[in-house]
Write a protein of this length. Structure first.
Length: 77
């Protein structure tokens, strides 16, 4: 009985490995990193507002002499 269970376990493991191999060959993963990764897009990098200290995406800020300011609330009036 123990030999039968061991044989069954081996067959199941081999079947799962073959299934994974076939799936991988049908749908190969690309080596490109995901497009939404923040480190690749400089506009998505968070910077600190020099006026209020909030972290804001760099694309939404206004550059000033000593850093960045929030695009809406911290601009000088």
């Amino acid at each position: 009985m123990a030999r039968l269970l061991l044989l069954l376990a081996i067959v199941v493991v081999v079947a799962l490995l073959v299934r994974r191999l076939v799936t991988t060959l049908r749908n190969p993963r690309t080596t490109e990193p995901p497009a939404g990764k923040p480190s690749e897009n400089p506009e998505a990098k968070l910077v600190r507002c020099v006026e209020c200290g909030a972290f804001v995406p760099k694309g939404d800020t206004v550059p000033v002499d000593n850093g960045f300011r929030c695009g809406a609330g911290c601009l000088p009036r």
